[in-house]
Design a protein around this ligand. Structure first.
Ligand code: SF4
Length: 212
């Protein structure tokens, strides 16, 4: 199985160490950034450890929640049906809320708003919440996550797809190797660990070996 091309290229980490005067610009799923924009008004879990090393003068965070932008909070949960986020952008798949309401138009509009903000802010890299129908990057649901036989698919959510097509590298909260390299870049360290990105982990390798 190949390394997903949306992850940061190894050359990305060869850049000069960011400073307060020349910070790294990081777009972040707002829920990962501590904003209560999850479908139920939560932050989708405690991501304080991630924020602890990202909140620093050498980083300028741009937080955005595409689903909140389009549908407000609280709201239903959308997933991609008939393809992944690229296919939704191309009109070949639909984004449906959990009751079957077609949210494609709002999801696409929010995705392009997120992309445009990222380009305006000159974002260097995005850290997004995997498995979300909007922000997922490596894995999303194929069809509704509430189906009794829920199925995962490779490929991004709708907003992540728009960022990827704009050439912005995307790391998820599950990509431990890439997050470590990013932290090393910020802290000027070279940590030796056996951390892996999500696609390298057993679950991903076994699950998608059986389901292409
Ligand atoms: S759309 Fe993205 S930012 Fe908003 S709650 Fe879902 S994962 Fe978080």
């Amino acid at each position: 199985m190949h390394r997903p091309h949306h992850l940061t290229d190894p050359a990305f980490f060869q850049r000069p160490r960011p400073t307060a005067d020349r910070p790294l610009v990081v777009m972040m799923s707002a829920c990962l950034g501590g904003i209560h924009c999850g479908v139920d008004g939560s932050t989708n879990g405690d991501h304080t450890p991630l924020r602890a090393w990202l909140v620093r003068p050498e980083v300028r965070l741009v937080k955005f929640c595409p689903e909140d932008y389009a549908f407000g909070t609280p709201r239903m949960t959308p997933d991609s049906h008939g393809g992944n986020g690229f296919d939704v952008l191309d009109g070949k798949a639909r984004s449906l809320a959990e009751d079957g309401t077609d949210w494609t138009e709002g999801m696409v509009k929010a995705a392009y708003e997120m992309r445009d903000r990222a380009l305006r802010e000159q974002v260097d890299v995005a850290i997004l919440m995997d498995v979300s129908g909007a922000c997922g990057s490596t894995v999303t649901y194929r069809g509704s996550r509430f189906a009794p036989d829920k199925v995962y698919q490779q490929g991004p959510g709708v907003a992540a797809a728009a960022l990827i097509r704009a050439g912005i590298p995307v790391i998820s909260q599950r990509d431990d190797r890439s997050l470590r390299l990013l932290r090393d870049l910020l802290e000027g360290t070279h940590t030796l660990t056996d951390e892996r990105d999500h696609w390298e982990k057993e679950w991903y390798q076994e699950y998608f070996a059986q389901r292409p």
